[in-house]
Design a protein around this ligand. Sequence first.
Ligand code: 4LI
Ligand code: NI
Length: 183
Amino acid sequence: MILMDDIVREGHPVLRQVAAEVELPLSADDRQLAEDMLTYLKNSQDDEIAEKYGLRGGIGLAAPQVNVSKRMFALHMPDDDGQFLSFVALNPKIVSHSVEKTYLSGGEGCLSVDREVPGYVPRYKRITVKFHTIEGNELKLRLKGLPAVAFQHELDHLNGIMFYDHINPVNPFSEIPDASPLE
Ligand SMILES: CNC(=O)c1cccc(C)c1Nc1nc(N2CCN(c3ccccc3Cl)CC2)nc(N2CSC[C@H]2C(=O)NC)n1
Ligand code: NI
């Protein structure tokens, strides 16, 4: 199982690399990694397991964060309708996006960043995405809200971008044009 010790922290060069596309169908190793990443998120959201293994809570985890420079990430979070949005995205792409932006009013956190970096992180408010699933089919989803923010945060990791790269260095809380906050 993936533990905090397996998660590389900022400063590690892999977090600044552009990750390589994954070969499909997935190799046994890549499939195992994909499943382990999703399991990490589920474990991190289970109070008992998280406490027992000292896991930091997360809704997203990208392969570069466990030192594998491949284009895949896992998302696991409650959806607006009480379902769980839970998948591993292979070779994900944003195919279109809104003009409007959004941002988490609490700022963003990252499992690879052991410090608070205050400030608004501008994200597209709505995105249409495409990716392959572990099961082998290609999905096209329209995302908004926290799922859209998390998808963009994790996709950034595949391109060597950290969330704080988007924060206004002069005024981290300056209002973002065309944006409405996500509480
Ligand atoms: C510095 N201020 C803040 O962190 C911050 C502060 C306030 C509000 C928000 C909304 C903030 N921001 C923020 N909070 C989260 N979580 C809230 C806690 N939660 C969680 C924690 C424990 C168990 C179960 C769960 Cl569910 C895990 C998810 N996650 C992300 N991000 C950025 S997009 C990828 C995602 C991620 O998984 N990061 C590790 N940002
Ligand atoms: Ni992150």
